[in-house]
Design a protein around this ligand. Structure first.
Ligand SMILES: Cc1cc2nc3c(=O)[nH]c(=O)nc-3n(C[C@H](O)[C@H](O)[C@H](O)COP(=O)(O)OP(=O)(O)OC[C@H]3O[C@@H](n4cnc5c(N)ncnc54)[C@H](O)[C@@H]3O)c2cc1C
Ligand SMILES: *[C@@H]1O[C@H](CO)[C@@H](O)[C@H](O)[C@H]1NC(C)=O
Ligand SMILES: *[C@@H]1O[C@H](CO)[C@@H](O)[C@H](O)[C@H]1NC(C)=O
Ligand SMILES: *[C@@H]1O[C@H](CO)[C@@H](O)[C@H](O)[C@H]1NC(C)=O
Length: 376
């Protein structure tokens, strides 16, 4: 079950899938000591009921560890798989794609998606050069095709540089581009560069690690196709399905008292004797082990006070990565003025300013464009 440190363990489940989060850091609040209650000791406390926390509970449960307690700060499970009702349509505030499909291994989300009939479709990026617009309208294929070839060649040469790096060396994607001798400068090249790099990594090439992204492990292991989820129940229904497989529920609503919602953890004390987890209302829960599944952003903040401090090797891992910000803006128009169909779902806007509203995705009614404003 992981690495042992004294006899108590604090496992950090760091799911760094593109390292993005909804971007809200939970505040630290002093527990109200007068309200302190020692609840019954359990084997494992899981902090966080997102995809990783709920999956950890399922794995434990299937292996006979059923006296567990899941503590979740928000009023629902799912974490960064979160929906919002936008003019009668369910939109995804967090994860939206099943990433890594049609490759050598089956993405574990696929069988679940099939089982629950999750509505999704393959994102077709092939026709992107036909859908680039600039300040003066549609960009000619004569301009778009060579720019796309340049960006693809740049990507491939970066990949070969990545393979030449020794184990303890890493450089940024921008460094690799500089090695190539030329980097994207025209509006169309910059838009395509943003599309290949920032859209995938949620960080600009100057920040993105070459070694960790080329080749991209998700693509190499599971395949490079991505499927866009647009199910009225939300992508989070995958997490609900996993939860319902081991937590008591009535008509799909979890009634199991091993799941505590609206329960914000702000202190984790661990020793040879076990783990004491203190929540905002001052309740202290005790266990033999704890699994911490909160996001990297929460771990990098002061939201949870670890006593004693986490060991250096763990802190190093936590602070070596950066929590990226991924912004989506949804717009709804009264009239559909864009062309649709599989080769037309994605458009690029090529501006003089890199990262200026570059990516547009069009659905029946909604145009959404993930974007990242550049700050350099
Ligand atoms: C905008 C956006 C777009 C994304 N797009 C995709 C995509 O298309 N495809 C994809 O595969 N992935 C995508 N991701 C990433 C994906 O959503 C995450 O990797 C995944 O949901 C993380 O699950 P998790 O369980 O590790 O963490 P989380 O979902 O963050 O779960 C952690 C849980 O811990 C809780 N918590 C935090 N602090 C405390 C505390 N102190 N006490 C108690 N509970 C606490 C949180 O409320 C949360 O429920 C996207 C993420 C974002 C934000
Ligand atoms: C680099 O790491 C791999 C995988 O851990 C290992 O097999 C290889 O021997 C390492 N190479 C060097 C030069 O250290
Ligand atoms: C189950 O939940 C659904 C959706 O919340 C609701 O429409 C339905 O009436 C519920 N059924 C029962 C038996 O409670
Ligand atoms: C590619 O996009 C163009 C311009 O929108 C469109 O006319 C064409 O039908 C698309 N091709 C495919 C194969 O989808």
């Amino acid at each position: 079950m992981g690495r042992r440190e004294s006899s108590a363990m604090v496992l950090l489940a760091l799911v760094l899938l593109h390292g993005v989060q909804a971007g809200r850091v939970l505040p630290v609040e002093e527990p109200d000591v007068s309200a302190t209650v020692k609840a019954t000791r359990v084997s494992v406390i899981i902090i966080g009921a997102g995809m990783s926390g709920i999956t950890a509970g399922k794995t434990l449960s299937e292996n006979g560890v059923k006296d567990l307690l899941i503590l979740e700060a928000r009023d629902e499970i799912g974490g960064r798989m979160m929906t919002h009702d936008f003019g009668g349509i369910t939109i995804e505030k967090g994860a939206n794609w099943i990433e890594g499909v049609n490759g050598p291994n089956v993405n574990p989300i696929i069988p679940i998606a099939k089982e629950i009939g999750l509505v999704n479709d393959r994102s077709d990026f092939e026709n992107i050069t036909n859908n680039i617009y600039g300040a003066n309208g549609k960009v000619d294929l004569e301009v778009a095709e060579p720019a796309n070839k340049f960006i693809e060649d740049l990507y491939e040469s970066s990949e070969s540089l990545a393979l030449r790096l020794t184990n303890d060396t890493d450089v940024s994607v921008l460094t690799a581009q500089r090695f190539y001798g030329r980097f994207p400068v025209t509006p169309v090249e910059m838009a395509l560069d943003y599309w290949y790099n920032d859209f995938t990594s949620a960080e600009p090439p100057r920040i993105t690690s070459l070694k960790n992204t080329q080749p991209l492990p998700t693509d190499a292991i599971f395949g490079d196709d991505v499927y866009f989820v647009h199910d009225p129940r939300g992508y989070k229904s995958v997490v609900h399905h996993l939860a319902n497989s081991y937590l008591e529920n009535k008509n799909e609503t979890i009634t199991d008292n091993r799941l505590k919602l609206n329960t914000l953890v702000n202190k984790i004390e661990y020793s040879k004797e076990g783990v004491e987890v203190t929540t905002k209302d001052g309740t202290v829960y005790t266990s033999d082990y704890a699994i911490v599944s909160v996001s990297l952003g929460v771990l990098q903040s002061t939201a949870i006070d670890f006593v004693p401090d986490l060991p250096f090797w763990k802190l190093k891992a936590i602070y070596t990565f950066d929590m990226a910000v991924y912004t989506k803006i949804f717009l709804k128009f009264s009239k559909k003025f864009w062309s649709s169909g599989s080769g037309n779902k994605f458009w690029l806007y090529a501006d003089e300013r890199r990262g200026y509203y570059p990516i547009w995705e069009c659905r029946t009614w909604i145009v959404s464009f993930p974007m990242r404003m550049c700050s350099w």
